[in-house]
Write a protein that binds this ligand. Sequence first.
Ligand code: SF4
Length: 367
Amino acid sequence: MDGETGVVAEGKVDLKDLSFPMLLAALEPLGFDRLRATRLYKWIWKKNVRDFERMTDITGPLRRKLAARYTISALGSAGVFLSEDGTTKYLWRTHDGYLIESVLIPDGERLTLCVSTQVGCAMACTFCLTGDLGLKRNLLPGEIADQPLQVSLGLPPDQRITNIVMMGMGEPLHNYENLVIALDLYLNQDALNFSHRKVTVSTVGLVPAMRRLVAETQVNLAVSLNATTEAQRAEVMPITRRYSLAELMAACRELPLRHRKRITFEYVMMAGFNDSLEDAARLAELLTGVRAKINLIPYNENPEREIRRPDEAAVRRFHTFLLDRGFCTSVRHTRGRDISAACGQLGGPDALARRLRRSRDSVGGVS
Ligand code: SF4
């Protein structure tokens, strides 16, 4: 398959890479109208049927035309890992042999799926293991949308994914064109049918793409901030040299957010680096006047980094400082650390190899 267009080697196009308007435009010349295209869409996204011959409410001649020109892909399972705290990590193998990950996080009434948007990542944030891989390729729209579909198929009948966060492997806005098609698949009622209120795209701060996302979609925006001065941020997030903290914050102030929307600012707390009360004061100053929620994420230690997690007292002090100044602030409880599913732990090369070995004993096993 061509990594960018979704056209498979034999010349067949993957229908999972098409938004509904794209599907309709592609199939009208074959004799499909809106009703027939909707039926096809439901077979793909509601019933997970990939064999055109099983699509019994589409006529035989149309099914044969589809089979000659199109295909319907699916991610292959390469392992399922269950954490002691109920978090589940899914390892997927793409058609060209790459491994990507999704993480399912139960939290009260919520069941949140963290999805990947790229194989690896080009952003090279120093605290994140995915950054060590570099960017291998963009995920196609169907690969981004297939993650919740495949996870849903394995859930008990009384459970469904309630929220989607695009915070797995990759920088979503660095794969903008494929991302917006995937978002269309997430939100379309005849496909995955999520509310825009339940879908969040997280970015390191690719400012022009952030503006486009807010103008072109209604989903929630999260910004991975992690520092309060230019030098401090540049130290851990190289993107700061391209889009400065000042430029990022100016854009956040000016974004035409829809009614009641707020930007979530993620702040990975690293001991001795960004966890002092001076940092908290600068953060409060940066976010004054921004429609913001703050999500504090105490760093998840791992053997491949020397970065330390702040102690609980430091996290509490920082949290209280922001609450006292009226900021809507929460501390993210670490989930899935024992299966390397926590924030910043996805996709380290050694970790992936270890997980693949361990997956033979896991729920899903290596397929
Ligand atoms: S934190 Fe996100 S953007 Fe940064 S390297 Fe990791 S995956 Fe990429």
